[in-house]
Design a protein around this ligand. Structure first.
Ligand SMILES: [Zn+2]
Length: 290
């Protein structure tokens, strides 16, 4: 069973550019989209991720423009929140779980149990928004409103519908998941925040963390570069990033979808629909060894 994936934009998030890739010096603020994805196909429509509820939860580090409201983004596809089959969360950070309270309790929200568990320990402070977590606890005590996945390292994935399988990501947060979606042109991997810069991660050489005055070092050309925002270990993050290269499309929450051939990044999709026209990447800066 194949799906067509439509990108939604729930507003901008302002981040330091250094968050996108390790080794980029801090001090340059950029805006990235807080995306969700609608999956259209048998069993759908399914929503993946739900933006942030208000710029205040980002410390004013965001802006929701005209037409970027939750209901508005769904209405642009002829949908109301109650029309969704379910909402799958890659993880529960404040820029992803913000609008779940706008989804009727009759529509289940699908969450990896360890992600909600970790969020509620406060170990990442306000990376998780209190009101978002309170709403999820409300769902927990409302039969049918919450569905847990129990994805653990090395364990099998869980297929929600034919063509939609959830796996533990292994990256970004310990409970983050990746969602593998069959499309007419191969598998898409909705990876949440495993990548902030898909092209940069898969085409730039990996480098160590930024140290003022010290040139980043480049060692292993085959390794992907990592983002600067994860709470897994570096080894776990590397393993997760490498595993993502098996898919045809990589859909990160804050970047354009990347397109891969045989594990190599070959371009991006600038349009709103995946599969869709591909804008080819330039020459591979790593040369021909990849
Ligand atoms: Zn995010």
């Amino acid at each position: 069973m194949t799906f067509e994936i439509h990108r939604l934009n729930f507003g901008s998030v302002f981040i330091d550019e250094s968050m996108r890739l390790r080794g980029i010096p801090p001090g340059h603020r950029i805006a990235v989209p807080a995306q969700g994805f609608l999956l259209f196909g048998a069993g759908g429509p399914v929503l993946v991720d739900a933006g942030y509820r208000d710029p205040s939860v980002l410390g004013a580090g965001g802006e929701i423009g005209r037409g970027q409201g939750f209901e508005e983004q769904l209405a642009a596809h002829g949908l109301e929140p109650g029309d969704l089959t379910c909402v799958i969360m890659t993880h529960l950070h404040r820029d992803h779980a913000g609008h779940l309270h706008r989804v009727p309790m009759s529509v289940p929200v699908v969450v990896n149990r360890s992600e909600l568990g970790g969020a509620c320990t406060g170990i990442q402070g306000r990376a998780y928004a209190k009101d978002d977590l309170l709403h999820l606890i409300e769902r927990l005590y409302t039969p049918g409103a919450l569905r847990f996945l129990d994805l653990e390292p090395g364990g099998p994935g869980e297929t929600l519908f034919p063509g939609i399988t959830c796996r533990l990501s292994g990256g970004h947060t310990p409970g983050s998941i990746g969602i593998v979606v069959d499309t007419a042109e191969g598998e898409a991997y909705l990876c949440g925040d495993l990548f902030y810069d898909v092209e940069g991660a898969l085409r730039n050489q990996p480098r160590d963390g930024f140290v003022a005055g010290v040139q980043p070092t480049f060692l292993v050309p085959d390794d992907p570069a990592l983002s600067n925002n994860f709470t897994t270990s570096v080894v776990q993050e590397m393993r997760a990033a490498k595993a993502a290269r098996r898919y045809r499309f990589i859909l990160a929450a804050h970047d354009d979808p990347g397109v891969l051939e045989g594990g190599r990044y070959v371009g991006r999709i600038l349009g709103d629909v995946v599969p869709g026209p591909v804008t080819p990447a330039g020459p591979d800066p790593r040369g021909s060894e990849r």
